[in-house]
Design a protein. Structure first.
Length: 645
């Protein structure tokens, strides 16, 4: 039976708003993140604080459809399921909320579906607080807890169908921190656990992964009274819950306190993965993502609102039930007329004389059409204002072409020909995130997006504005947009320069490879010349009296001619190799890729582009037609309303 607070320890104001939802946090960073997510005080005169068995912070929260919840935010004194149960019991006794939320951080398990910074929602809480240990035996657990309220769980698993109600809940979150798992000492646990964890982290944060905003995932959460950092502790738990998502230390106690009294739900941001050293940056990020999702989740109206005068801050406004009851009573007292089709006379009620259709007077016609004309004028004025407020954008274009040069095979026979880089590779280089991020910083592009949402959305915006078109086999054109002609031209010029620099750098790598081949060829020619000289000296040492000018024939003459020919050939090959090597080294040292096909920039030009896919004139005429149509609709509605009356 719940404890009833005495008058001495319950100092709640009778005029305070009724509490719909209670939110329990544990750490200070979790508490501050939740307070920041719900900034509007429900009791401004008291600073939003009421006192009972605990101190509660009352805030307003959006509940969807223009309504709002009154939420009570409470921070536990310490960690653990025991304190969590005591805090939840006090909150339920003092304020009687209809839903309890546990909002904070948790440790996740390696998974391919979610990772650091994502949010997990508990459809079930497994409580492993009761543990038995025997000497020489593995620990055993008395599993408690259970599934959350069935109606609440059904709404949780249906959240993907209510993305519109959730809204963009990640807006306002900072950029995701970096993850370092390949440094020594970052991973711990059994080797197979580290291997799986490393594979999952590479999938989410490695090269080739797509940066994304946090997502939410529903499933089973484990709760216990110990901080789980050892993967070996999880192995017995995974035998009872194969699809365990996260581990924490409070939801089990809140589940025990709320059982039979109100639904509860744990909303946990993943601050670390068991087996990976925790980062303070990710802890802060997970606090913010959990608080942001809690705010968005309440917009789906998970529990009915408490309808009373106090629930709207004591303003005395009628509630929905009061309005509905009043409208129902009016409908029972006033006989209703059935609507009729246009052009027909309404059927009189019983005992009411028949009404004859009368022609409209000039005053009625003027009243009807004057309002229509006013509507048309307002619509046209609004159209002109909107069209005039749209700032034009400008598109600048740079044309590039490949120009022929000297191939690698002309420098050294057998050297690989340096092929012309494909357009797809150049486009990939140009649209690389790091490349575009430098351009955004250099020209201070999209400052509003960078300030509100971070660098990644600004890079995506620039990437969408870039067009890459192949005009001919050897000619391409790149273009981008800007708010002014100068900005568009400068950004496009910079993109073209970056593309030329990257292509030149890649081709210089080919030059250096050719230089290495030429050096090997020159060294081989030197060695061959040395061998020819040695053979000639050995021949002269063996035949000191041999004079080739006096010899007529014989084997010695043949051998002499062969050695002489080999020596001259070696000298010629060495000379050619050194000449080509000198030429290649000169090309490499000048920093030019003149040895192969070269990407050259033609004269850039800019041209103004329309502010959207629809020209301004077309947009104006569309607004004009819409205004006239709205005016005619107003005339028809006024005519039908007059007949109804």
């Amino acid at each position: 039976m719940p404890r009833t607070p005495s008058q001495s320890d319950k100092v709640l104001d009778a005029a305070q708003p009724s509490v719909d939802v209670g939110i329990i946090t544990i750490r200070e960073d979790e508490f501050r993140a939740v307070l920041a997510a719900f900034p509007v005080n429900a009791l401004p005169e008291n600073g939003g604080v009421v006192r009972g068995r605990r101190e509660y912070n009352l805030r307003w929260a959006e509940a969807g459809s223009g309504a709002r919840y009154c939420v009570a935010i409470l921070r536990q004194v310490e960690q653990g399921n025991g304190e969590a149960q005591a805090a939840a019991s006090a909150l339920l006794d003092d304020l009687e909320p209809k839903l309890l939320l546990v909002v904070g951080i948790a440790g996740g398990l390696p998974s391919g579906e979610f990772t650091l910074g994502d949010v997990v929602l508990s459809t079930r809480v497994n409580d492993y607080s009761v543990e038995a240990r025997k000497e020489g035996a593995e620990p055993t657990y008395s599993l408690s807890g259970g599934p959350v309220d069935m109606q609440l769980a059904a709404a949780i698993v249906n959240l993907p169908a209510r993305e519109a109600d959730l809204g963009d809940w990640t807006q306002g979150l900072p950029e995701r921190p970096r993850v370092k798992w390949d440094a020594p000492g970052q991973l711990y646990g059994p080797p197979e656990w580290q291997e799986e964890l490393c594979e999952r982290l590479k999938r989410h944060f490695g090269e080739g992964s797509t940066p994304r905003f946090p997502v939410y995932k529903d499933g089973v959460i484990a709760s216990s009274d110990m901080l789980v950092k050892d993967p070996n502790v999880l192995f017995p738990w995974l035998q009872t819950a194969r699809h365990l998502l996260a581990v924490e230390m409070e939801s089990g106690g809140v589940y025990r306190a709320a059982r039979g009294r109100c639904p509860m739900l744990a909303i946990r941001g993943i601050s670390d993965i068991v087996g990976l050293v925790r980062s303070d940056d990710w802890t802060q990020y997970a606090c913010l993502s959990a608080a942001a999702f809690a705010r968005a989740y309440l917009r789906t109206t998970p529990v009915p609102l408490i309808r009373s005068t106090a629930s709207v801050g004591g303003t005395g406004k009628p509630t929905l039930e009061q309005e509905t009851a009043e409208q129902t009573s009016l409908r029972t007292l006033v006989p209703s007329r059935q609507p009729v089709d246009q052009g027909q006379t309404p059927r009189p009620l019983e005992g009411e004389p028949a009404v004859q259709k009368q022609p409209l007077s000039r005053k009625q016609i003027f009243a009807r059409w004057s309002m229509a004309i006013v509507v048309m004028i307002l619509g046209i004025t609004l159209t002109i204002t909107i069209v005039g407020a749209i700032e034009p954008t400008y598109r600048s274009e740079a044309v590039l072409e490949f120009r022929g040069g000297t191939g690698g095979t002309e420098l050294v026979p057998g050297a690989p020909e340096i092929p012309r880089l494909p357009w797809e590779k150049l486009r990939e280089w140009l649209l690389d995130r790091l490349t575009l991020e430098k351009v955004v910083n250099e020209f201070n592009l999209y400052p509003e997006i960078v300030e509100k949402r971070g660098m990644l959305p600004a890079v995506d915006r620039l990437r969408r504005s870039i067009m890459f078109e192949q005009r001919q086999v050897d000619i391409i054109a790149i273009s981008s947009t800007g708010k002014t002609r100068e900005e568009a031209q400068e950004v496009t010029q910079r993109l073209a320069d970056v593309l030329v620099e990257m292509e030149t750098r890649a081709r210089l790598d080919g030059v250096r490879k050719t230089v290495e081949l030429l050096r090997d060829a020159a060294q081989h020619a030197k060695e061959e010349l040395g061998r020819a000289n040695n053979a000639m000296q050995q021949f002269r040492a063996a035949h000191p009296r041999f004079a080739p000018e006096r010899a007529q024939s014989g084997d010695l003459v043949t051998e002499w001619e062969r050695l002489k020919h080999a020596l001259e050939s070696s000298k010629q090959r060495l000379s050619e190799a050194e000449s080509k090597l000198s030429r290649a080294e000169m090309l490499a040292s000048t920093g030019k890729a003149g040895h192969a096909a070269q990407l050259a920039l033609l004269s850039p030009a800019y041209r103004p582009a329309a502010p959207s896919s629809i020209p301004r004139v077309s947009l104006f005429f569309m607004g004009l037609i819409a205004s006239v149509g709205l005016g005619l609709v107003f005339v028809a509605a006024h005519k039908r309303l007059s007949r109804w009356r």
